[in-house]
Design a protein around this ligand. Structure first.
Ligand code: COA
Length: 199
């Protein structure tokens, strides 16, 4: 984080009508591997290809430790989603606010996925509404950017539902599922600009 004195932000536990969200912990690794395995074919088309070692408890433990460190450093907030009241049980989704930049930008990227069994039921938009409100309020960002492949109509509808605005189109933007893929670029700005952190 650059350009602003960092203040300590407490690790959030967010409750919505049907979901609980919190920052992942090292001991979530087995449940996270189970989530990744369960959704492997369902998510494959929309995610970077990973080596089989990625789907091991050891690797995911390292990923979670790194993400917890990133949260402490103020450079990311990576949430795990649970059904409400089932915190620590089965993971049903992820919402990652990453590459947080301060200075005159005050922005981050958002990535997300939901378990196939919970898709098409409004869980992700419900959870993201809470996570986005927290991010704007507590991290005091100005802009959240989220980009999707044009074929990913569900993702496009989700972002539109949340108020993200289409800003452009990037050819060969990310290496996804084994090839460079075009993406639609969207962003959401803080509805309370007076609360945004200043450089
Ligand atoms: C992208 C993704 C998160 C969208 O999930 P989703 O479940 O469609 O999103 P929402 O939570 O907004 O659910 C909305 C859908 O639930 C339906 N729904 C059913 N019951 C509902 C309820 N009680 N409340 C709200 N919506 C409800 C809505 O009608 C809507 O369906 P529609 O889009 O067909 O009209 C999901 O498809 C996914 O994980 N995909 C794979 C990974 C991925 O693509 N990640 C993003 C890469 S850019």
């Amino acid at each position: 984080m650059t350009g602003v004195a960092r203040r300590t932000v407490a690790s959030p536990q967010l409750e919505t009508e049907r979901t609980t969200l919190r920052i992942g912990r090292e001991d979530d690794a087995p449940a996270l591997v189970a989530y990744i395995e369960r959704n492997r074919s369902h998510h494959q088309r929309w995610e970077p290809r990973a080596h089989s070692s990625y789907r091991t408890v050891e690797t995911q433990r390292r990923v979670l430790v790194r993400r917890a460190y990133d949260f402490e450093q103020g450079t990311a907030a990576c949430f795990l989603l649970f059904e409400r009241g089932a915190d620590g049980g089965t993971i049903i989704g992820r919402a990652n606010f990453t590459e947080l930049v301060r200075g005159p930008f005050q922005a981050c990227f958002l990535g997300y996925s939901i378990d196939g069994a919970f898709e098409g039921k409004g869980y992700m938009s419900e959870a993201l509404r809470a996570a986005i409100a927290w991010t704007f309020e507590e991290l005091r960002l100005h802009r959240i950017m989220a980009n999707y492949r044009p074929e990913n109509e569900r993702s496009g509808r989700l972002l539109e539902r949340l108020g993200f605005v289409r800003e452009g189109f990037a050819k060969d933007y990310l290496f996804i599922d084994g090839a460079w893929a075009d993406h639609v670029l969207t962003a959401l700005t803080n509805p309370h600009p007076e609360r945004v952190a200043l450089p």
